[in-house]
Design a protein around this ligand. Structure first.
Ligand code: MN
Length: 327
């Protein structure tokens, strides 16, 4: 399968009239920034647009110009000629929206994950894009949309969050070239950084304390893991979204090559996230052992077992994996 060209995607978007946009379950900064920027761009082109996500938007992204675009769920008799999935590597990532997508004639799949399953009628998959927000920027430019300050803030947020504030290896000259343009177009780096990273609730920082107190290591200290129990969320009045990024504290330790977080979900299943420091430790392969996926340096899976059993089986496999990866 080949990715459609950017002009083919632009043409498909021009042809559509009634759009449904979404991103993956538990939406992150990239997905929210990308869907909002694209929705505003399509509105400028006089299209009818609705954005519906499977899960709520974390409060630190509510400063974005979301108003009038989002609905909590798809209205019963709503009609859409075209649906766009942003940052979804496979239909399962659509969550509650999966059913609605089945009934829509044209599906456009825009993503940068290497494991994308090409489920769209049109697929724009570019693994070299640092964020889906970068892909949306290119699409809007191709469609000659005027990027206003609100849209610039959305795309900036996508790129800021998906590059770890311009620190991950997906940060390139092109990232900075786009960001230069976004700042010229009205995105404010200080305001956006403060809204995204310095607007924490007291409970979120208490949750961080709870999570860090569970930090554990392999004997050689190359693997570190944290555990997030349902009790920790309950005690601090926080939710799953508040734990986003906390795994990075484990990865930030000098000796650590692979960081893992185990999160007890409300469903009783356990979400396992993997982060690695270098491309030499391909955690996408690790997640694939448990029917998950993602990127080389960030991946995850969900395991239907108790927290204790999940930790035991995952840690056993990870330690084996580390042995194999020693040259
Ligand atoms: Mn992304």
């Amino acid at each position: 399968m080949r990715s459609n060209s950017i002009s083919e995607i632009a043409n498909a978007l021009r042809k559509g009239d009634d759009f449904l946009l979404t991103t993956h379950v538990h939406p992150d900064g990239d997905g929210i920034g990308a869907e909002t920027a694209l929705a505003l761009g399509l509105k400028q082109l006089k299209k009818t647009v609705m954005v519906v996500n499977s899960d709520p938007i974390p409060s630190n992204y509510c400063f974005l110009p979301l108003e009038g675009l989002f609905r909590d769920r798809v209205p019963k008799h709503a009609y859409f000629s075209c649906a766009v999935a942003l940052e979804c590597s496979e239909p399962e990532r659509l969550g509650k929206l999966q059913e609605t997508f089945r009934g829509i004639e044209t599906i456009i799949n825009i993503d940068h994950h290497p494991g994308n399953t090409w489920f769209g009628d049109y697929n724009y998959v570019r693994t070299e894009a640092c964020a889906v927000g970068e892909q949306v920027y290119d699409i809007l430019k191709t469609m000659k949309v005027r990027i206003d300050p609100g849209m610039a803030a959305c795309i900036y947020t996508s790129i800021l969050t998906d590059t770890g504030s311009f620190s991950y290896s997906n940060t390139t000259w092109r990232t900075h070239e786009i960001v230069e343009d976004l700042i010229k177009l009205g995105a404010n780096p200080t305001d956006i950084y403060q809204a995204v990273y310095e607007s924490n609730s007291p409970g979120k920082i208490q949750l961080l304390g709870e999570i860090l107190s569970t930090l554990s290591f392999s004997p050689d200290k190359r693997v570190a893991w944290v555990t997030m129990t349902r009790k920790a969320f309950k005690d601090t009045h926080t939710s799953y979204e508040d734990a986003e990024g906390m795994i990075n504290y484990a990865r930030s330790i000098k000796t650590v090559d692979i960081a893992i977080s185990f999160t007890e979900l409300n469903s009783g299943k356990v979400k396992v996230s993997f982060r690695s420091k270098t491309h030499e430790q391909d955690v996408n392969k690790l997640a694939a052992l448990f029917n998950g996926g993602g990127h080389t340096r960030a991946s995850g899976c969900v395991i239907d077992d108790t927290l204790e059993n999940t930790k035991k089986q995952v840690l056993e496999r990870v330690l084996l994996f580390m042995k194999k990866s020693v040259k």
